[in-house]
Design a protein around this ligand. Structure first.
Ligand code: SAM
Ligand code: SF4
Length: 344
């Protein structure tokens, strides 16, 4: 007879060995590490125009601390590492951080960036061992890009994308958050960009993680609607996926390069197969993007915790992971932090 599944609200002690699991049997194998909270854009769906109270330099994890946590996660079975922020490229030490994470055996590392600084950073990041990069871009129209990011930075973005191409990353993804009435008429234009440039475009549903709390359900464009718009212009073929992925990915039926994916975090959450964890810029460990609880790994690191203690903190937090976010439930509570402070 199999033992009953522990109740995640009061689950008792976490397993002390084996894969990183929660009480639902989900194995955590992907960690997103934020390396800075600051940003050089002010995307309306993420940050306020005036920015946020930034962390002091002492508050954010040092390169050695990030390296130590990445090595620990690797030992615990994590192979997918995303380096994010805030805007990771505004951290001077980014190439060194990337070099250290990429030096771990058998890892898949990517950086998520708004791309503005890639004209000078694409080559150093590539040289540091980075093979995949994700560039966020929500409009291909200069005036609209400026309105959505509150900065006149379209030229920097296009230079950054060209630099990423020239640096010959194995994969360049483009993340596009689709917002009703703002950029939902551009899905086909993004699909054309994917085809012409050989990019993997990922359309993301707008989530209630904007600092200004302007999110409304009516502004969410269901991924299925975006997919139908693209498929009407360019027939799509679903890609087979080895493991459950949040993004359903498609290639073009006519064999054109590039791919298209849809991340339906609101209309069809992937919580049941979620394998993700996050570490914020100041070292707080989060087991869900929408988590209301955090575990302070920085305090442990700075008070001399050994790896066994750090592992215990990670395992205990994961063991208490809830079944999933409650965006679609009446009792949904927004996390206190917004996207740039969590690390998307
Ligand atoms: N600054 C980098 C960037 O923009 O790519 C990395 C950090 S950003 C927080 C990571 C991703 O989160 C971006 O692709 C961004 O579009 C996405 N994002 C931010 N706020 C969001 C929201 N409210 N809903 C959905 N995605 C969001
Ligand atoms: Fe900055 Fe990225 Fe947030 Fe835009 S989405 S404000 S680029 S952190």
């Amino acid at each position: 007879m199999t033992a009953p599944r522990p109740d995640w609200r009061n689950p008792g002690p976490a397993p002390t060995e084996g894969p990183l699991v929660d009480t639902f049997g989900r194995v955590a194998s992907d960690v997103r590490i934020s390396v800075i909270d600051k940003c050089n854009l002010r995307c309306t769906y993420c940050m306020p125009a005036e920015g946020l109270p930034w962390l002091s330099k002492d508050a954010i994890l040092t390169v050695d601390e990030i390296d130590r946590l990445a090595t620990l996660f690797h030992r615990l079975g994590v192979r997918d590492f995303k380096i994010t922020g805030g805007e990771p490229t505004v951290r001077r030490e980014l190439p060194e951080i990337v070099r250290r994470v990429c030096a771990l055996p058998d890892v898949d590392v990517s950086v998520t960036t708004n791309g503005l600084l890639l004209d000078r950073l694409a080559a150093p990041l590539r040289a540091a061992g980075l093979r995949r990069i994700t560039v966020s871009c929500d409009s291909l129209l200069r005036h609209r890009y400026a309105a959505m990011t509150r900065r006149d930075a379209f030229d920097a973005l296009t230079r950054g994308l060209s630099a990423a191409k020239e640096a010959e990353f194995a994969l360049v993804k483009i993340n596009c958050v689709v917002i009703r009435g703002e950029n939902d008429d551009e899905a086909v234009a993004f699909a054309r960009l994917a085809r012409d440039g050989g990019f993997d475009v990922r359309f993301i549903e707008y989530m209630p993680l904007d600092a200004e709390q302007a999110w409304e359900r009516g502004k969410v464009v269901p991924a299925e609607e975006t997919r139908a718009a693209v498929a009407a212009a360019f027939p799509l073929v679903a890609e087979t996926q080895d493991s459950p992925q949040p993004a359903s990915a498609y290639r073009f039926a006519d064999g054109a390069p590039g791919s298209i994916g849809f991340i339906p975090s609101v209309t069809n959450p992937f919580c049941g197969t979620c394998n993700r964890m996050r570490v914020t810029a100041e070292g707080s460990f989060r087991v869900c993007l929408f988590a209301l609880e955090e575990t302070d790994l920085r305090a442990a690191l700075r008070s001399g915790a050994d790896d066994a203690e750090l592992e215990r903190l990670v395992r205990e937090a994961l063991w208490r992971k809830w079944p999933g976010h409650k965006i679609n439930h009446p009792d949904f509570v927004r996390p206190a932090r917004s996207m740039s402070m969590i690390g998307g």
